[in-house]
Write a protein that binds this ligand. Structure first.
Ligand code: GCW
Length: 708
């Protein structure tokens, strides 16, 4: 692959045009610190372009009137008006000072009512007497407030509106890069990466692309991400050294991400005391091992004082862990947590632990059960700076899975929920698959019943949300330009999980597709919605049916291979025979997995009567003639959805053609090329899945279509 020209990188959701409404203002910036410096630099860049002006911490009383103020609440307001009394103050200061004082008074009233302050990252936006005011208690809040204004665009400078308070739902909003430092012989530079090389590393060294990493940091801050883990959770020999002799490489990245309020985390190997420290053991209860982690961690913080913490994949898919020493995951995680605690760091300890050397003949072992079986009994034993990081489903980022029962099983543990923005199982950024509707469904899921807490609540009270990044050195960042929307949406849902996926898509469209290229803005918006809103369900329709999962080509996981994983050790089976298909995970006759859910889901999933159609084959083995709630039989549903899915992709292709004159030609060309591949691949899925089930079942299609 040729090296991309760094000047040619797509601006994603921060094109210059998105700054126009801000860039024409006369702006006061109030406050001190690195992040306020960033705010100033950002607005200066915009005003240079669009003709506005910026003043930082002005002291003179004769300030020119400003129409945008970005201020820390602790900073003295412009020309120091008298402290506001409740209600709009009667000051004779400039309009800007009046607006700030008014916003502050409104804020005080609002926070008194809610009983909460803005916190470390919250902010308010208000508009009063022709002045827009962003106030924050802490610098990060000011930065997020600025990006909210970017989102608002001209609407942020419209008619007066009262103070609006914004606070993130999740304290930590994290992306994990599965980036290798060395190119891995099988997995390449980025494991499960579909957007070229790593933006951090190349061929065993830091890539040193300051502009690219800074641009990335801006994009992440603009959608609310505040933590990044910079190397793969499968920690190989070179990557292990990032913790010790190659710590400077990590520090360089931390320096680039810090101005955008992003903290660096590092994936470490549990065997580090052996492979890096030369100790004979990594036993978590061994005092020498504890000392090694304490000393090593002290060195990390001496070099990177705001280091976020460690991320660990242990006893999983060949990674070392505490099991080698007869210890459990609480022993392992607490060891690292103890070393991090003095500095306020956290350990993200992944719950993705299962037997990947299963005998397919063994019908009693169920991979879906594994995370719960390993972790639920440990609830209450983890230190409070341990975050158990749970994949959202019990298997592995399939197109459809139930929510992981672990999320409801560990009330005494801080949990983070892990998503996969990189589209390993959802079309690998060659297929359009807008994932926010899927994530939104998961985040709104209430495992204890409709009146109970949701997955988002559990994450918000615990360790927040994490996702595997989909970014690489591709000029569009994500390979498929429309996959940028997934990254943007993940950040926004971390900030506010109640946002509707379509509203988030609107934000992304407005920011990304600059208004002056829109001949017909409504056509562009409508068409993108038509292509993207339901694209996850379209993908589901032409791939593995009814929640059964996998059926992908082993190894690279792209394209259909119905039996590809059927007789492998990975625990990913569908058990199709001539009579039926699906995995019996009931308590009555199957693996008992349904029993890991609290009522009502233990009951709802147990019965074929109440199990939702879309998860039927995840929980039950049923005959092909089984009647779904939809009124269709399982076999006819398989045929119908596969034909329908391909038709929907054909419609996507046609719709995208209509946009030829409305979007940047380079974006248009790239998406066109990807859609052609999506269509080819969707047809392949349709024909292989339909032919497979036709041959197995011998049941013809009710509509006599070609089944091959
Ligand atoms: O889905 C699997 C992927 C592996 C990945 C693993 C994990 C980083 O195929 O490539 O390893 O999940 O989540 O650890």
């Amino acid at each position: 692959m040729s090296t991309p020209d760094p000047t040619d990188v797509h601006p994603a959701w921060l094109p210059d045009e998105a700054w126009r409404a801000i860039g024409v203002r006369r702006i006061l910036v109030r406050g001190e610190g690195t992040l306020v410096d960033t705010v100033q630099a950002e607005v200066e860049r915009a005003t240079h372009r669009y003709g506005g002006a910026v003043w930082r911490n002005p002291t003179d009383v004769d300030l020119p009137s400003a129409d945008l103020v970005l201020a820390l609440t602790g900073a003295p307001p412009p020309d120091s008006p008298p402290a506001p009394e409740p209600g709009p103050p009667e000051t004779s200061g400039t309009l800007a000072s009046t607006a700030v004082a008014t916003a502050k008074a409104q804020l005080d009233t609002a926070t008194a009512q809610v009983g909460e302050s803005l916190g470390a990252e919250g902010f308010v936006v208000a508009r009063h007497a022709g002045v827009t005011v962003v106030l924050a208690d802490a610098p990060a809040g000011l930065l997020y407030g600025l990006f909210e204004l970017v989102r608002l665009g001209a609407a942020g400078f419209g008619p007066t509106h009262p103070v609006r308070v914004h606070r993130p739902a999740m304290a930590r909003r994290m992306l994990d890069h599965w980036d290798n430092v060395d190119v891995h012989p099988v997995m390449g530079q980025v494991e499960r990466g579909y957007a070229g090389g790593s933006i951090f590393w190349r061929d065993g060294r830091p890539r040193g692309d300051v502009a690219r990493v800074t641009a990335y940091a801006r994009l992440l801050a603009a959608c609310g991400i505040n933590a990044v883990s910079v190397n793969n959770v499968n920690v190989h020999a070179t990557e292990a050294q990032l913790l010790t002799e190659r710590l400077d490489d990590v520090a360089e990245l931390a320096d680039l991400l810090r101005p955008y309020a992003i903290r660096v985390h590092l994936a470490v190997t549990f065997a580090a005391p052996v492979v890096l420290g030369g100790l004979p053991t990594a036993d978590p209860l061994d005092p020498a091992v504890r000392d090694w982690w304490a000393e090593t961690t002290a060195r990390v913080y001496a070099r990177i004082p705001d280091f976020g913490g460690y991320l660990v994949k242990a006893d999983s898919e060949g990674q070392p862990g505490p099991f080698s020493y007869g210890r459990d995951h609480a022993d392992g995680a607490n060891l690292l947590a103890e070393a991090l605690a003095p500095y306020g760091g956290v350990v993200h300890w992944r719950a993705f632990v299962y037997n990947h050397r299963q005998d397919w003949r063994d019908r009693s072992t169920d991979r879906a059960r594994a995370a719960y079986d390993h972790f639920a009994p440990l609830d209450g034993r983890f230190r409070d700076n341990v975050i158990v990081q749970v994949k959202h489903g019990p298997m592995d980022f399939q197109t459809r899975e139930p929510v992981s029962p672990v999320i409801a099983a560990m009330p005494g543990t801080r949990l983070a929920v892990e998503f996969q923005v990189t589209q390993e199982y959802t079309g690998q950024q060659r297929h359009v698959c807008y994932l926010a509707p899927w994530w939104s469904e998961i985040l709104r899921f209430a495992p204890w019943g409709d009146d109970g807490r949701t997955v988002a609540d559990v994450a918000a009270d615990g360790g927040g949300l994490v996702a595997v990044s989909n970014v690489g050195d591709d000029r569009f960042w994500t390979g498929h330009p429309l996959a940028q929307a997934n990254l943007y949406a993940f950040g926004r849902l971390c900030w506010n999980p109640r946002l509707g996926p379509q509203a988030v898509l609107d934000e992304w469209i407005d920011l990304t597709f600059a208004p002056d290229t829109r001949v017909d803005p409504d056509l562009l918006r409508r068409t993108l919605h038509e292509i993207m809103d339901d694209s996850w369900r379209t993908y589901e329709r032409y791939t593995a049916p009814l929640g059964v999962g996998f059926m992908v080509r082993p190894g690279h996981h792209y394209g259909p291979d119905v039996d590809g994983y059927e007789y492998t050790p990975w625990g990913t089976y569908h058990f199709a025979d001539r009579d039926g298909v699906g995995v019996d995970r009931t308590r009555a006759t199957g693996t008992g997995f349904t029993g890991q859910y609290p009522p009502p889901f233990a009951e709802r999933y147990e019965s074929v009567e109440t199990c939702p159609d879309e998860l039927l084959l995840f929980f039950h083995h049923v005959p092909y003639g089984h009647l779904l709630h939809s009124g269709s039989t399982v076999i006819q549903h398989i045929y119908d959805t596969h034909f329908e899915g391909v038709r929907e992709v054909e419609a996507m292709c046609r719709r995208w053609e209509w946009l030829a004159r409305l979007v940047d030609p380079a974006v248009h060309a790239r998406v066109t090329e990807r859609l052609a591949e999506q269509l080819r691949c969707a047809r392949e899925w349709r024909d292989q899945v339909n032919a497979y089930f036709h041959r197995k079942s011998g049941i013809p299609d009710a509509h006599s279509r070609m089944l091959h």
